[in-house]
Design a protein around this ligand. Sequence first.
Ligand SMILES: CC(C)(COP(=O)(O)OP(=O)(O)OC[C@H]1O[C@@H](n2cnc3c(N)ncnc32)[C@H](O)[C@@H]1OP(=O)(O)O)[C@@H](O)C(=O)NCCC(=O)NCCS
Length: 162
Amino acid sequence: MADKNKFLLFSSKCLRDDRILVAFKDGLAVGFAGLQYDKKSFIDANLRQTLKIFGLGALRVALFGRMFFFNKAAKNEILIDSIAVSANEQGKGIGSKLLQSTIDHAQSKGFSQIKLEVIETNQNARRLYERVGFKEAKVQKIPYPFSRLLGFGSVTEMVYRL
Ligand SMILES: CC(C)(COP(=O)(O)OP(=O)(O)OC[C@H]1O[C@@H](n2cnc3c(N)ncnc32)[C@H](O)[C@@H]1OP(=O)(O)O)[C@@H](O)C(=O)NCCC(=O)NCCS
């Protein structure tokens, strides 16, 4: 989402505030975890809205997303759809706090597990998830030539049991 104006338009129209945990530092948002559960994701956008804001480029993302990342939260579980911390704030414990807050949130709502996906090239993030207590559940291989286009060959699903 390199275009700030499009991003702001998209956020104001398509993000659900009941499915996002936001980390603030000195009044600025520096990280977030976007959740999916009970059949609702933190992004509440249909294809028409997305195309209107991002144009045809959105189709490529939607296509790949549907093919390889279309994970859904089952009953009783929370899926962390997305987690990120501002580049200049990484490595300071914010990601760990977002994960812990997600665990607390899941516990308070009575969910039995939390899952997420991590790509093979993101070993730093994977180490963090393992340290917090997530365990590898399954690995999805990305077939060639998609692996080449995407720049990675597999996606691992990791699960935290409550
Ligand atoms: C992955 C991410 C959310 C972690 O957040 P964070 O605030 O940097 O995490 P923390 O500071 O709590 O934990 C840092 C740990 O994560 C690891 N880590 C992951 N990415 C890191 C980064 N870019 N810089 C520093 N540490 C990173 C370190 O190994 C560190 O482990 P340690 O505590 O054993 O030394 C964040 O680095 C990020 O936004 N990365 C880019 C987006 C991304 O990859 N999202 C995950 C998709 S699955």
